[in-house]
Design a protein around this ligand. Structure first.
Ligand SMILES: NC(=O)c1ccc[n+]([C@@H]2O[C@H](COP(=O)([O-])OP(=O)(O)OC[C@H]3O[C@@H](n4cnc5c(N)ncnc54)[C@H](OP(=O)(O)O)[C@@H]3O)[C@@H](O)[C@H]2O)c1
Length: 476
């Protein structure tokens, strides 16, 4: 159950009129409220340029609140109670006066204090620094992580390459300390991703064979069956490598491949992830293919002749003793044939298998599949005798489907992340060390693609992507 701080909580959402606030942040806060995880008293204050009043803001939010955690008969009352604590201030992001107005509003609604304050930057990335500086100039923030605390939440993408990321980190650090800064990669809040450490380090059947001696290759794959839709303007600035691979898939890779951390405390987990990321050889153009789905150039907000990749696939190598020679295939794409994010770990054939092979013919490999979405699943492919009088073998699957295995609701990633921010648990957030190391892997590739104007191969929408790369040709 929630830690009782004895203080109230204000959540300030800068960019509250946007998609992320409406669809993710506020519904997650409502779910936490329904489960009793928000401190009392609390309030949510949105800031954006759109000229809304409190009732307008509440009307915008209401359709997105779902009562997953309360009986239907209590739903309307919970919604009413929650909406009554939501307020809105219309203002400009770079105006000190707007933040002074916000501050006055906060003081009016923060009754029964003291109040901790969470500032959520739900605005396009180019505004992060300006918002933080203006907020700082308005004197809105407590310094350090003292109580009552002020914490800032920033969404990826954090910069466009190593240099711009460093600039952003340095700029934000002039206003918020590292301890106050929570960099969100929402994949880290997903249940299956949080389980990776437990799966690896709490199961004797996996940890001893988790190395190049037993693992032949790993594939980390992210596929979406839709295009960029209304987010074309944003996506075109970043492309699939910056939007998905440098953050979500690289974080997954770090958790799959890192050495055992000294403890599960945030600084130990981060140290192990950072060491792993530093051991990944920088991605180079020769081992990567990029593509763009046919029709991308006709999407709203996409400039004529854009070379932005909507698909990328390649291989990463990790230069350490555990993983020497094991390829980590990574691929991500939009406009593909299905929506799935999964990790596939293929084991080597062993001497004992060769004996079976002599009796039964070629064997399929053991494979561990960890599916993150759409349905949480862990599957282990084992070689099994097919029942019958003859010696025939086949790969069969041990299935752990979360929906049927656990009679509990699986929390949304944002519920988990917001609760951790309130509780000051930083283990699911990206530290500056991890961020720098992950940009070091991809910055050379990104610069090469841009400096050489590499044209992505066009692929048909709804297919498996572009380029006969290692990842796309390796059928696993
Ligand atoms: N949406 C998602 O699912 C998602 C997922 C992962 C990360 N993120 C990140 O989360 C942040 C917020 O995402 P979002 O989808 O909510 O963004 P958004 O809808 O594009 O922007 C949020 C708000 O910022 C203001 N804004 C937009 N463009 C602006 C501009 N050019 N100049 C000044 N203000 C502008 C708008 O509010 P006003 O016009 O009212 O001021 C808008 O409602 C972004 O950094 C995004 O990269 C989003």
């Amino acid at each position: 159950m929630p830690e009782i701080s004895g203080r109230g909580l204000s959540v300030v959402i800068v960019g509250a009129s946007g998609d992320l606030a409406r669809n993710k942040i506020i519904p997650a806060l409502f779910s936490l409220f329904c489960q009793g995880y928000l401190p009392e008293p609390f309030c949510i204050i949105g800031l954006a340029r759109t000229a809304w009043t409190d009732p307008d803001f509440r009307n915008q939010i209401e359709p997105h609140l779902t009562c997953r955690y309360v009986p239907d008969r209590q739903c309307a009352e919970k919604v009413r109670d929650f909406l009554g604590r939501c307020y809105y201030v219309s203002g400009q992001y770079s105006s000190v006066d707007s933040y002074l107005t916000l501050f006055q509003r906060m003081q009016q609604v923060e009754q029964g204090g003291p109040f901790d304050r969470m500032f959520y930057m739900s605005v396009p990335p180019f505004l992060f620094l300006e918002v933080a500086r203006t907020m700082g100039n308005a004197g809105l923030l407590a310094c350090g992580d003292q109580t009552p605390w002020s914490r800032v939440v920033i969404e990826k993408p954090f910069g466009r390459d190593r240099a711009s990321s460093d600039q952003l980190v340095a700029g934000i650090s002039q206003i918020f300390s590292e301890e106050q800064t929570y960099r969100i990669d929402h994949y880290l809040g997903k249940e299956v991703i949080q389980n990776l450490l437990v799966l690896r380090f709490a199961n004797l059947v996996f940890e001893p064979i988790w190395s190049s001696s037993f693992i032949e290759r790993v594939r980390i794959s992210w596929k979406e069956d839709i295009g960029v839709g209304e987010r074309g303007g944003y996506f075109n600035e970043y492309g699939i490598i910056r939007d998905v691979i440098q953050n979500h898939l690289t974080q997954i890779l770090a958790l799959v491949a890192m050495e055992p951390p000294a403890s599960f405390r945030s600084h130990d987990v981060s140290a192990a992830k950072t060491d792993l990321l530093k051991a990944v050889r920088p991605a180079d153009l020769d081992n990567w293919a990029i593509g763009q789905y046919d029709g991308y150039l006709d999407e709203p907000g996409i400039p004529t002749g854009s070379l932005t990749p909507t698909f990328a696939a390649g291989v990463l190598q990790i230069d350490n003793a555990r993983w020497k020679g094991v390829p980590f295939f990574v691929d991500a794409g939009k406009g593909l044939d299905e929506r799935v994010t999964e990790i596939r770990i293929r084991f080597r054939p062993t001497e004992c298998c060769r004996a079976v092979e002599e009796a039964a013919g070629p064997l399929p490999p053991n494979e561990l599949v960890i599916r993150v979405q759409p349905d949480e699943l862990i599957r282990l492919g084992i070689v099994n005798k097919v029942p019958g009088l003859e010696m025939k073998v086949a790969q069969t699957w041990l299935n752990l489907a979360y929906k049927s295995a656990f009679q509990t609701l699986i929390p949304e990633a944002y519920e988990c992340l917001l609760l951790d921010i309130m509780q000051g648990d930083r283990s699911l957030f990206i530290t500056r060390g991890e961020l720098a190391a992950s940009w070091d892997i991809f910055t050379p590739l990104l610069h090469d693609l841009e400096e050489r104007n590499v044209a992505p191969a066009v692929y048909a929408f709804g297919t498996r992507g572009a380029g006969q790369t290692h990842a796309s040709t390796e059928e696993q």
